[in-house]
Design a protein around this ligand. Structure first.
Ligand code: GLP
Length: 234
């Protein structure tokens, strides 16, 4: 496992986008695992710029989002479909039939689909302040596959700002820890002081269900890409 600390979230966004760009250049038929959340916003903005500047051909790229709210209409502004389309997909020349989300089919079929596509070449992940990755909440098993999950109380609380009508989704469909660990390369990205405590705990912990992100230590090619705020307690 490697840790790279950069000055601020702009530097992190540039680095993450350039790593993704290199992956696409090296393997134009790459399968990418993609996360959502505030952390990823500057990264997708930067990635759009790079892809469009270099006029990259994305016709063979497949994307597999790591999670989506269960039963939330995909047209809802808080859905991860909406987020991804708005921030990335509509700005690049990706083939819409190569874009996949876990809730559009039976959860167990998502892992089969990923396997059939040849596995995830590179997955980018954020981290929740309780240590969740995708929507694998504390208590999840290292052997978990893609499935419907109940959101932790703390996650619902952090998400409540996005659902002022009070209709906060209680469940999500998330790739499992097993799905994540099968990826060839993984980058966990954390920025801001809000993530400092959980990053410090994750880096100190042994892999355990208490902090799902700690399971990433079981993988050989993981990079923790942090800004100095997120790294301030390590
Ligand atoms: C969300 C998503 C995750 C994301 C994480 C961190 O709830 N399910 O995929 O990585 O929590 O989000 P943020 O970057 O907004 O802190």
């Amino acid at each position: 496992m490697k840790t790279l600390v950069l000055k601020n979230s702009d530097e992190v966004a540039k680095k993450a986008a350039s790593i993704l760009l290199q992956q696409i250049k090296n393997k134009p038929q790459s399968n990418l695992g993609l996360a959502t959340g505030q952390t990823m916003i500057p990264i997708y903005k930067e990635l759009c710029l790079l892809i469009n500047n270099k006029k990259l051909n994305l016709s063979k790229i497949k994307t597999f989002n790591v999670d989506e709210y269960h039963t939330l209409p995909i047209t809802d502004k808080n859905s991860y479909h909406y987020y991804m389309n708005n921030l990335l997909f509509k700005h690049i020349n990706i083939n819409p039939s190569n874009i996949f989300f876990p809730q559009s089919l039976k959860p167990s079929n998502y892992d089969k689909l990923i396997k059939k596509a040849g596995g995830i070449d590179m997955m980018i992940l954020g981290i929740g302040s309780n240590g969740h990755i995708a929507f694998n909440e504390p208590g999840c098993s290292i052997k978990s596959n893609t499935r419907i999950v109940k959101l932790a109380e703390s996650t619902k609380k952090s998400n409540s700002v996005f659902f002022p009508n009070g209709k906060i989704p209680l469940k999500a469909v998330s790739v499992g820890i097993k799905t994540i660990l099968k990826s060839k390369k993984i980058i966990l990205i954390a920025t801001t002081k809000n993530k400092a405590e959980i990053i410090s705990k994750t880096l100190k912990a042994k892999p355990s269900p208490a902090i799902p992100a700690s399971y990433l230590k079981r993988h050989k090619k993981v990079l923790f890409l942090l800004d100095s705020d997120a790294a301030s307690l390590i």
